[in-house]
Design a protein around this ligand. Structure first.
Ligand SMILES: [Zn+2]
Length: 479
């Protein structure tokens, strides 16, 4: 059976992809600076016979690797950026490789690599079977700042897809049916006038006062936004010293809501609050929209298809050494962290006391529920139907964006979850290319119903470009 050939190809070439994931883990690059990861994946895909186009959406590290001709066109979304401050060795105590350095605490070293493995496996089968259609791997940078895919989407990169598949490292193999929140990331910059704070305060106009008054206004706004909205901020510049009236100050906000429209409404109101604060303090204000991603629309047809591949692949298996490592990592967690995750596993029907989850669950319980976090995959889900799963790349209880997660994603546990994801995507892609059972039409019908006449329009204004140069110069000055 051809699906078994896909599985044995991935197993037979596993070492190459494990090495790729390890190399990217060893050289973590934060958003928009992923030159090593992007070049490595492009090189491997080019050598495998894919046509590579770089610079998608004006981002040098964004690329598309394509093989085949005509429809259906199936996209595979990959990511490869790391997080600042999460450097960690593969060990069960907190031990950074580089103090305060970046690390792969979200497992994007695995995320992109599984997509690369899936498309190369699939390409070989397409060639052998003379299959029609096109497969595309999307090298998507800067997911951690929630904007890489938005710039790519704004340039039309996903417009002609029939559907897309993706995944994310997690602590169990499961379909992802929860909806992530829409988000806007915006920084406000106030400009006033400096003065000696002791001898001539009446001559100063404090930009920091404006930031503080803006935050007061935003905190009053909280009462009058839809339930489930989130407003969070950090002061990115509060002046240099108490004896100088701050001439410059800035504050960075995230707004989250159930959908794009809600967040756009909140943003409009937040801008008025900023302008009000500027007026009160006789300062001026400008702002920069850094990200504007959509909520995710889960596609049940595609998720069911991805789940069905579990019957062919079978469950994961872990060694005694991996179990031991998982127990040691889990022992570093707070009981509450562990209990929350164990409850989720029990809800799915799994054994909550198993630190490493071998089974694969179709998580139907999450339909209609909204999760607190956001992802730029959301943008793609409003352009084309997207199937998405999580796989077991870390012990139950470990959360992404922690040192424990970085340790897991560099270990053989992470690699096993990655290969499982690669197999699920390759097999699902195979069914989609053959359009078994008219899946594409069903997935599209669900998409049309859920988008309900809304046409995707990027949440980042047309004049704003990806902050590539700024990111590169910050990364260089940090090293
Ligand atoms: Zn993340």
């Amino acid at each position: 059976m051809n699906k078994n050939e896909l599985i044995s190809w991935i197993d037979g070439n596993a070492e190459e992809f494990i090495q790729m994931a390890k190399q990217i883990w060893d050289k973590p690059e934060i958003a928009y600076t992923e030159t090593f990861a992007s070049s490595l994946q492009k090189k491997v895909l080019e050598e495998a016979g894919f046509a590579v186009t770089s610079g998608i959406g004006g981002i040098p590290t964004a690329f598309i690797a394509e093989y085949g001709i005509g429809h259906p066109i199936i996209g595979f979304l990959g990511e490869f950026d790391a997080l600042p401050g999460l450097s960690q060795q593969v060990c069960p105590e907190q031990q950074p490789v580089v103090e305060n350095g970046p690390g792969h605490g979200c497992g994007h070293n695995l995320l992109g690599t599984a997509g690369v493995a899936a498309v190369i496996a699939l390409k070989n089968r397409m060639a052998d079977e003379n299959m029609a259609g096109t497969i595309r791997y999307y090298g998507c940078p800067a997911e951690e700042v929630l904007s890489g895919k938005t710039f790519m989407a704004r340039s039309g990169a996903f417009d002609d897809l029939d559907c897309a598949l993706t995944w994310h490292p997690g602590s169990a193999n499961q379909t992802t049916n929860v909806s992530f929140r829409a988000l806007s990331s915006v920084e406000f910059y106030f400009t006033g006038r400096t003065a000696h704070a002791g001898s001539a305060p009446h001559l100063g106009r404090s930009a920091l006062d404006a930031v503080e008054l803006m935050n007061v206004g935003a905190n009053y706004l909280r009462e009058h936004v839809p339930d489930g909205s989130r407003i969070h901020y950090t002061i990115t510049n509060g002046g240099q010293a108490p004896n100088i009236v701050p001439g410059d100050a800035s504050v960075w906000y995230y707004l989250r809501g159930e959908n794009r429209e809600q967040v756009d409404n909140m943003l409009e109101r937040l801008i008025k609050i900023a302008q009000g604060a500027a007026m009160m303090t006789e300062t001026s204000v400008t702002w920069e929209i850094k990200a504007g991603c959509y909520d995710t629309l889960p596609n049940e047809v595609l998720n069911d298809l991805m789940f069905a591949q579990g019957n062919v692949i079978g469950p994961l298996s872990f060694t005694a050494e991996e179990e031991q490592f998982a127990h040691e990592l889990a022992a570093t967690l707070q009981p509450k962290e562990l209990a929350g995750s164990q409850r989720m596993i029990a809800l799915l029907g799994g054994d909550k006391d198993e630190s490493l989850q071998a089974e694969y669950f179709n998580n139907k319980k999450e339909y209609g529920e909204t999760f607190g976090a956001s992802t730029d995959v959301g943008d793609v889900t409003w352009i084309t139907p997207v199937g998405q799963i999580l796989t077991a790349c870390m012990p139950v209880g470990v959360e992404v964006h922690t040192w424990q997660a970085t340790a897991s994603f560099g270990s053989s546990i992470g690699m096993k979850g990655m290969l499982f994801a690669a197999k699920v995507m390759a097999l699902s892609g195979y069914d989609l290319l053959h359009d078994q059972g008219g899946i594409l039409a069903k997935a599209k019908a669900e998409f049309t119903k859920k988008t309900d006449g809304v046409t995707y329009k990027a949440g980042i204004p047309s004049g704003v470009q990806a902050p590539v140069n700024r990111a590169l110069s910050l990364a260089n000055s940090a090293t």
